[in-house]
Design a protein around this ligand. Structure first.
Ligand code: 4AD
Length: 504
């Protein structure tokens, strides 16, 4: 009788020490020294070094494994050995091997590639350790988001993607043809969950949202995921308190479940661990004072200085690497230098861009006039001047969405907040108390030159049993950037959609 094989996941190998198991996966790296081949296999749950020694049992496949192209698919059998030094703490002493498919030369090599190339090969780039780690953390984040609301009495309500009216300002609407009618892709589910909130009390929607952002920045996607809770009988302070609990809960969950991935990404775990309540609360007017103050200027001047120092360091390193590649150095040294060269060139490009921008950001902060909306660079300054997240509240009514509740003590302001993540990551949440007064809401719709008819149903919510209520929207990708310490939002979503980017 044929022996039954035990298929195991790499993440579970600790349960099989001394036993023979079969792994199903792909060749991540191959290196050999004479009569022994070290094949690093990945199976989606982890990496495992498989040691193939040349002997009678391995004779039939030894040469195949030795020359195995990267990312070939395979089944490999062997005895599990615990070894602290090994990747993941275990290795496989190989006894059997089956090739599923031999890859031709794999486009993504262990050498570095430029970001354009990697984004074009996003479908393959998924397999790299860094991208694997990021998307695992995203998975935890999405689950933690749902768990928080589900465990706290919120009902999930799905909202439509085709919408007849704008939710967040007409400048970022994507228009589509709906059987001859112009309609828009949803910028938010908020207006729709507000209706559901009057039926269930506490609700949330969670789905993709669309904004025709016509600029390429490290914070903007044209398609991103947003969770939006909405709470009946709640004023601004209560909504802020929920946002604070929520952020702490998702941050703790990711720290608990994805420590290894965060460490692999080089995330400063202390910075996340140190986050605790209460977060900073800062009014818009105080934020403006902060932008005008010495601290903001000193921060940017120091930045300019530090970045110039870094620039000359990198330029020097680049020179050395270029020389090394022309020299008679060993091939592996030249390869390593070529890899580092790509990294440095990308870092340099980014640094030069930042250096060009800092004086402009300084200027923007210094000349910021009360009444304008805080821009990305202003938020970065405010968030970098604090080591806890900052709730920035009470913005001028003129720069915010029509549905926000006008402040009763100062009608120039609305009862809203943005939550700025620390370390310069900037805004991850936007929220507010909603305008619950029928007449005021109608005035504001008209003020913004929005057509009233598509909002009739929304006005009904203020006709029939209107109550104070509010909520917020958290962007999954921005939050993931902060949790993982990513410099650019394009890595925070499986398939990034940005201006000029739609493939694959
Ligand atoms: O501040 P925003 O525009 O708020 C709303 O859409 C409200 N309707 C939410 C609500 O009160 N229910 O967006 C909320 C969050 C931002 O803080 C940010 O995290 C994310 O959505 N976001 C984006 N993320 C990536 N790319 C973009 N273009 C984004 N625009 C907003």
């Amino acid at each position: 009788m044929a022996r039954m094989k035990t298929i195991a996941n790499i993440k579970d190998l600790r349960n099989y020490v001394g036993k023979e198991v079969t792994l199903q996966g792909w060749a991540y790296n191959v290196r050999s020294s004479g009569k022994i081949v070290f094949l690093l296999v990945r199976d989606g749950t982890g990496l495992c070094q498989c040691v193939v020694e040349k002997n009678e049992r391995t004779e039939s496949f030894f040469e195949t494994v030795k020359k195995l192209p990267l990312e070939s698919s395979l089944e490999i059998t062997g005895v599990v050995r615990a070894d602290e030094r090994a990747e993941g703490g275990h290795e496989l002493q190989v006894t059997g091997f089956k090739l599923v498919q031999a890859s031709p030369e794999y486009p993504i090599t262990p050498k570095a590639h430029g970001i354009e190339f990697l984004m074009k090969h996003r479908h393959l780039w998924f397999r790299s350790r860094r991208q694997h780690a990021i998307l695992r953390i995203r998975h935890t984040l999405v689950d933690a988001i749902r768990r928080f609301f589900n465990d706290n009495g919120y009902i999930n309500i799905d909202t439509p993607i085709f919408t007849p009216a704008a939710g967040e300002g007409v400048s970022t609407l994507f228009q589509v043809d709906y059987f001859g009618e112009p309609v828009y892709l949803a910028q938010t589910g908020q207006l729709y969950v507000e209706a559901a909130c009057m039926a269930h009390g506490k609700v949330y929607c969670f789905g993709p949202t669309f904004r025709a952002e016509k600029s390429k920045t490290r914070r903007h996607l044209t398609e991103f995921w947003m969770v939006e809770p909405e709470i009946a009988f709640a004023e601004l302070d209560e909504v802020i308190a929920v946002a604070e609990d929520f952020i702490l809960s998702i941050k703790d969950r990711v720290l608990r479940d994805n420590r290894a991935e965060l460490e692999f990404l080089g995330r400063d775990l202390k910075a996340l661990e140190n986050i605790q309540r209460p977060f900073v609360r800062l009014s818009y007017s105080d934020a403006v004072d902060l932008l005008h103050g010495d601290k903001a200027r000193q921060l940017l001047e120091k930045d300019l200085n530090d970045k110039n120092v870094r620039l000359s360091q990198l330029e020097k390193e680049l020179g050395t690497l270029v020389e090394l590649q022309k020299s008679a150095a060993k091939q592996w040294e030249k390869d390593k230098a070529a890899q580092r060269e790509i990294e440095i060139r990308e870092d340099l490009e980014e640094l030069r861009e930042q250096l060009k921008n800092i004086p402009h950001h300084l200027e923007l902060a210094r000349n910021f006039e009360w009444g304008g909306d805080l821009g990305g660079s202003d938020e970065t300054i405010i968030s970098r001047l604090h080591d806890q997240p900052v709730f920035c509240t009470h913005y001028p009514r003129a720069v915010k969405a029509f549905y926000m509740k006008v402040n009763k003590d100062d009608p120039r302001l609305v009862n809203n907040f943005d939550l700025l993540a620390p370390e310069g990551f900037g805004e991850i949440i936007g929220g507010s108390q909603r305008e619950d007064d029928y007449d005021m809401l109608l005035t504001k719709i008209k003020e913004e030159n929005l057509p009233v008819e598509p909002y009739e149903w929304y006005l009904d919510l203020r006709r029939y049993g209107s109550v104070p209520h509010g909520g917020f929207g958290l962007g999954v990708e921005r939050t993931l950037c902060w949790l993982c310490g990513l410099k650019h939002i394009r890595e925070a979503i499986p398939y990034a959609r940005m201006m000029g980017k739609i493939y694959p």
